[in-house]
Design a protein around this ligand. Structure first.
Ligand code: ATP
Ligand code: MG
Length: 170
């Protein structure tokens, strides 16, 4: 189904802001900084599965950051892709582990991760979903500084006027 990605991302982030301000306060606070294009970006995807991926990345950003951290979410378009970036100022990922974080059951430093809880499947599933959509997911990170997770999806800008011109000429 075609979904307006900027609307969907804002909707998902609104939920994270609502959790923060609800009576049922989470144990950790965070601030979400939105750098999201205001342009409509219509993309063909499975809304539920894509929402699950963004939830995974947001939950990781919260889980692997100190209390009160800022999570920056960017959405922009290039000429044939949309790129979503979720950046945190958290623990980061050791250089030697970066290549493995999308593997099933992989968790950085078992001792560190055990305290946090989780199965090590979130990113593996996220990668599967994004690849099925014809997109890519990757990360760059500096240990002790934070991580940037990127998702790119193929995107064809809607050229309504051109289409109208063609149909008139034929
Ligand atoms: P779950 O299945 O509940 O998501 P998980 O969070 O441990 O468990 P993944 O989301 O797949 O599993 O992440 C794999 C590992 O990558 C994590 O255990 C953590 O060590 C590391 N990681 C993921 N996201 C971040 C992040 N934003 N900052 C630092 N480390 C991260
Ligand atoms: Mg996770």
């Amino acid at each position: 189904e075609y979904v307006n990605l900027n609307e969907l991302i804002n909707y998902i982030l609104n939920r994270f802001d609502m959790i923060l301000n609800s009576d049922d306060q989470p144990s950790k606070t965070y601030k979400i900084d939105r750098k999201i294009t205001t342009k409509d970006l219509w993309v063909d995807l499975d809304t539920d599965k894509f929402t699950q991926v963004v939830d995974n990345l947001m939950n990781n950003a919260i889980k692997y950051s100190p209390d009160g951290g800022t999570i920056t979410v960017r959405l922009l378009e290039t000429h044939n892709h949309v790129i979503l970036t979720i950046s945190d100022q958290g623990l980061g990922i050791p250089r030697k582990d970066i290549a493995h974080v999308f593997d099933r059951f992989f968790r950085v430093d078992k001792a560190r991760s055990r305290k946090q809880g989780g199965t090590g499947l979130g990113l593996a599933i996220s990668k599967e979903v994004i690849n099925l959509l014809g997109g890519q997911i990757w990360v760059d990170s500096i240990e002790g500084r934070g991580s940037n997770f990127y998702i790119s999806l193929p995107y064809v800008p809607y050229e309504g006027d051109e289409w109208d011109d063609d149909s008139e000429n034929s």
